[in-house]
Design a binder for this molecule. Structure first.
Ligand code: B12
Ligand code: SF4
Length: 496
């Protein structure tokens, strides 16, 4: 995209935003997202940090995103939305990173901005690169090659505390020394690979809600608000399980309803396990009666009742989306899921009774211990459900993550995942729509999820080589340590 086309796009997007906090202040930060605007402006965490910075006296931020057509010959360096300024003009670039495959976006964004992507190649003449985001709840070690400091976990107030410290520090080295003493701040140049634990913010600060409603985003014009934070369940593969951050903190119904603007026509209720909110049905029904379309970030099948699904239908749901998690009952038990076949059968019946077009089920393949028999059980079970209501499966290959009991388990192997997917597709042909994310990229995600600085450097090499899967394979091959297998024969290792 040429510079002038980029400027036109930015102006159009700014004109369509509702709620932006325009502010001038002496200390300005480039709050950046390593994916395009559509994704970044759907991130409540990113918008929460935006809001906190804009509320701080003497401080303001300007937003920047990876250009939309980056990777397809983008010419222009990214500029901030508010000031059309290059990122290199700012003393601090603050980055929100959601998950492992966004590390490439971090490297690209910095290099497109004309900055060395590697932390060790930057000095006091360059902006300080501060990072945070959902990735820090799991394994941000590969990010440590790019970022000068990483805020682990919930940064609602921590981000501004750290920015104050950066503003006031006499030098970059002094800032690094001071930051290394702040709890939950990971300073790779001082801590090596020793990451501090994740922060938990004061519950009085909840909920996060998005100050800006934007049109050209994944969640177009949706007002996002947290109904709860964290999760009290203990699914063994999940980064947000109760052990990560002390369980679920619930936002009272009254507080939620008072914060949602009367003119919001679309509302997104966000949280790791939103349907566990004790008053969720009342919240959804009240919003639907106000004329709002409502979306929930997750629905647990064991929480679905006639009343709940009725409220969701009233709030505009046409597809009932919930999680099946594993291919069979045995696999689900190893994952410690509370969802039972009877819950999924009831979900199918409720979807039909309430006139939904279909039931969408998320699940993983390649879970430790899974065999072809489990896949066959999935086929017959889903075929049964499809007699009740049309079914669509959204499948992701299992990736072991740090901070979960399945950390250390093995990635199934690209071939195994693909074979299982073929078996599922064949078995369900004509009976269910089966969509899956790529096994190859899941392998890349698994390598990064278990990786350290060497894997971070490999991301940069892969990006330089063009960023294809083959480029990642080659870059990882050079690392002298055992990596999750690309090819593996059955059976998989049992979960640890
Ligand atoms: C809503 C949601 C989505 C939405 C919105 C995406 C988004 N970017 O927020 C959609 C549906 C699009 C989505 C997509 C995906 N998601 Co999602 N998503 C969530 C969910 C349920 C809530 C996120 C949220 O808004 N939380 C509330 C806010 C306030 O918290 P937060 O984002 O963590 O922000 C805090 C900190 O991270 C930090 N922070 C955030 N930004 C910044 C920036 C700076 C500078 C600093 C210092 C700090 C900081 O401070 C914030 C305030 O405390 C979380 C689970 C959870 N966290 O509860 C999963 C979660 C983040 N998603 C996850 C995944 C895997 C994905 C997908 C990859 C799924 C897929 N296979 O496609 C994609 C990735 C797309 C993307 N680029 O983000 C994982 C990430 C785990 C990991 N790293 O291993 C999570 C944790 C779910 C899980 N249980 O595993 N997701
Ligand atoms: S998968 Fe969902 S219910 Fe299970 S621990 Fe994670 S957030 Fe909670």
């Amino acid at each position: 995209m040429s510079r002038s086309a980029m400027t036109t796009t930015i102006r159009r997007r700014l004109a369509s935003e509702i709620g932006r906090i325009d502010k001038q202040a002496p200390f300005r930060v480039a709050l950046s997202y390593p994916s395009p605007y559509r994704a970044g402006m759907s991130s409540l965490g990113f918008l929460q940090i935006y809001k906190m910075i804009q509320a701080e006296p003497g401080m303001a931020c300007e937003r920047a995103f990876l250009p939309d057509d980056e990777g397809q010959g983008a010419e222009g360096a990214p500029v901030t939305y508010e000031g059309l300024r290059p990122l290199s003009d700012f003393p601090v670039i603050a980055l929100s990173v959601a998950y492992e495959l966004e590390l490439a976006g971090v490297a690209r964004l910095l290099e497109l901005a004309g900055l060395p992507a590697l932390r060790e190649e930057r000095d006091g003449r360059h902006p300080f690169v501060l990072a945070g985001g959902p990735l820090t709840f799991s394994n941000p070690l590969p990010l440590a090659v790019f970022a000068d400091a990483i805020l682990m976990g919930e940064a609602d107030t921590l981000a501004v505390e750290v920015l104050r410290l950066l503003r006031d520090a006499p030098s970059r080295e002094a800032a690094l020394d001071e930051l290394a003493r702040v709890p939950h701040v990971f300073v790779p140049a001082r801590h090596g690979a020793e990451m501090p634990p994740v922060a938990q913010c004061d519950s009085a600060l909840l909920p996060a809600w998005s100050p800006i409603r934007a049109e050209e985003t994944e969640l177009s014009n949706m007002f996002l608000i947290e109904a709860e934070r964290g999760c009290s369940r203990g699914c063994t593969y999940c980064v947000m399980r109760r052990s990560t951050n002390g369980g679920m903190r619930i936002v009272p119904k009254e507080r939620l309803l008072e914060l949602i603007p009367e003119d919001a026509r679309r509302v997104g209720l966000v949280g790791a396990a939103v349907s566990d909110h004790p008053k969720i049905v009342e919240v959804v029904r009240t919003l639907a009666e106000r004329g709002c379309e409502v979306g929930l970030s997750s629905l647990r099948p064991d929480r679905l009742t006639d009343e709940f699904v009725g409220a969701l239908r009233l709030a505009g749901y046409k597809t009932l989306t919930t999680a099946m998690d594993g291919t069979s009952e045995r696999v689900r038990e190893t994952l410690e899921r509370r969802a039972r076949p009877r819950h999924l059968q009831r979900a199918a019946e409720l979807a039909r009774q309430h006139g939904m077009n279909r039931l969408k089920l998320y699940l993983m393949v390649g879970v430790p211990g899974e065999t072809d028999e489990d896949v066959d059980e999935c086929v017959s079970f889903v075929a049964e459900l499809s007699r009740v209501v049309p079914v669509a499966l959204g499948i992701a290959p299992f990736c072991p993550k740090r901070n979960t009991p399945l950390h250390g388990a093995r990635f199934a192997g690209i071939d195994v995942v693909n074979k299982r997917l073929d078996r599922l597709r064949r078995g369900l042909r004509g009976r269910a729509d089966v969509r899956a994310t790529s096994a190859r990229w899941a392998w890349v995600e698994a390598v990064l999820a278990a990786g350290g600085e060497a894997e971070g450097r490999a991301v940069l090499q892969a990006v330089h080589a063009g960023g294809s899967f083959r480029d990642y394979e080659r870059a990882f091959e050079k690392i002298k340590r055992p990596e999750p297998p690309r090819r593996q024969s059955l059976p998989l290792l049992a979960a640890g």
